[in-house]
Design a protein around this ligand. Structure first.
Ligand SMILES: Nc1ncnc2c1ncn2[C@@H]1O[C@H](COP(=O)(O)OP(=O)(O)OP(=O)(O)O)[C@@H](O)[C@H]1O
Ligand SMILES: [Mg+2]
Length: 340
């Protein structure tokens, strides 16, 4: 997908949205859709919530990458739970050759101490690990081999189940968070590299919303603030949308409000005993459903007016699990995701 001219080759997909709108579900579905195109995809979470493993019904994710879905037309999805402490140990190993001493620091609680004292450092560590996964090359996978920029990437795409919109701005502003903490040195250097990646052509921030007032408002606000921070907003994903069939029947009800006498007659004709209270209750329910349809339509207009590509995912009454994720992935593919 060209993401409507945003970029033709997004490598890092950041999925955010108001709490509970479906970020984890959509991130897993997007990763699956990309894998179905034959891509190698890394699906990442950062808050140790184990949301991804629940949605995909696999064992809890750890701090080592593991395959979580295969057989997707040659593509694969790998899962990773990034945890700041483990990222710091890895960092110390890599840059200071600390080896097992890093583990010891972990056991002593020093890592937790360091990351609690400076929350900005926590995000730089998590961002650093994301940066490393995006930039890693296949050659860099082999121990002892340094990767070169011309080597093919280890992952074609990295999909991040990100913190909710309320916190994502801070999470993505690694350099701002470190302003007073580290003006020079390796941490600063790493923050600058992450900043560059996040603001590059290859990174898109997607926003998940429901057709409800607050999530839509939060989405529109986020489009504005992310854009003003110089980040690229990708798609606006309307999740849990009503089934087209239900929409069509509501349109019908809206067009011709049911005549109470005829409604009673029809119900009686199929053996349902009616009462005046029942008929007026039905009329009220229909009126409310039409009102709700109008509200949803105006919210959808507002989402479209934001000028980003809009993707719509249906509400699945059976709930979310691996099968639902595949269905939603197929929906995303049908709407043009991954067909670059
Ligand atoms: N398309 C859908 N159809 C039906 N149920 C859905 C759909 N998408 C999400 N859900 C359900 O809605 C709830 C919230 O989804 P999810 O956990 O993906 O949201 P989230 O934004 O990641 O939440 P949080 O902010 O808590 O991390 C879950 O119970 C999930 O199963
Ligand atoms: Mg979640």
């Amino acid at each position: 997908m060209t993401w409507h001219g945003v970029t033709t080759d997004p490598r890092l997909h950041i999925v955010t949205g108001k709490g509970g709108t479906g970020k984890t579900t959509v991130a897993a579905s997007l990763a699956t859709a990309l894998a179905q195109e034959g891509q190698r995809v890394l699906l990442v979470e950062t808050e140790e919530r184990q949301g991804i493993s629940q949605v995909l019904d696999v064992a809890p994710l750890g701090t080592q990458e593991e395959e979580v879905a295969a057989g997707l037309d040659g593509g694969q999805v790998w899962g990773l739970s990034i945890e700041a402490g483990a990222a710091l140990v890895e960092y110390l190993r890599l840059f200071y050759r600390l080896g097992r001493a890093g583990d010891l620091l972990h056991k002593m609680g020093a890592i937790e101490f360091a990351t609690t004292i400076a929350p900005g450092v926590r995000d730089v560590l998590i961002g650093g690990k994301i940066y490393e996964s995006v930039r890693r090359t296949t050659a860099g996978r082999a121990p002892g081999r340094r990767s070169r920029s011309e080597d093919p990437p280890a992952y074609d795409a990295v999909v991040l189940d990100a913190p909710p919109t309320g916190r994502v701005g801070r999470f993505l502003d690694v350099t701002g968070q470190l302003a007073d903490l580290a003006r020079v040195g390796p941490i600063r250097h790493q923050a600058d590299a992450i900043h560059q990646l996040l603001h590059s052509d290859t990174t898109l921030v997607h926003l998940v919303t429901l057709l409800e007032q607050l999530p839509v408002q939060e989405t529109l606000d986020a489009v504005e603030s992310l854009t003003s921070e110089g980040l690229q907003v990708g798609a606006l994903i309307v999740n849990q949308a009503r089934d087209a069939g239900v929409r069509a029947s509501l349109d019908l009800v809206a067009e011709q409000a049911p005549d109470p006498a005829r409604l009673a007659e029809q119900l009686e004709s199929v053996g349902i005993r009616t009462s005046a209270a029942m008929i007026s209750g039905l009329e009220q329910t229909a009126a409310e459903a039409v009102q709700r349809r109008d509200l949803e339509a105006s919210l959808e207009d507002a989402v479209v007016a934001a000028g980003r590509p809009v993707l719509v995912l249906p509400h699945l009454p059976e709930g979310v699990g691996p099968d639902a994720v595949r269905r939603l992935a197929a929906e995303l593919a049908a709407q043009g995701v991954a067909s670059a």
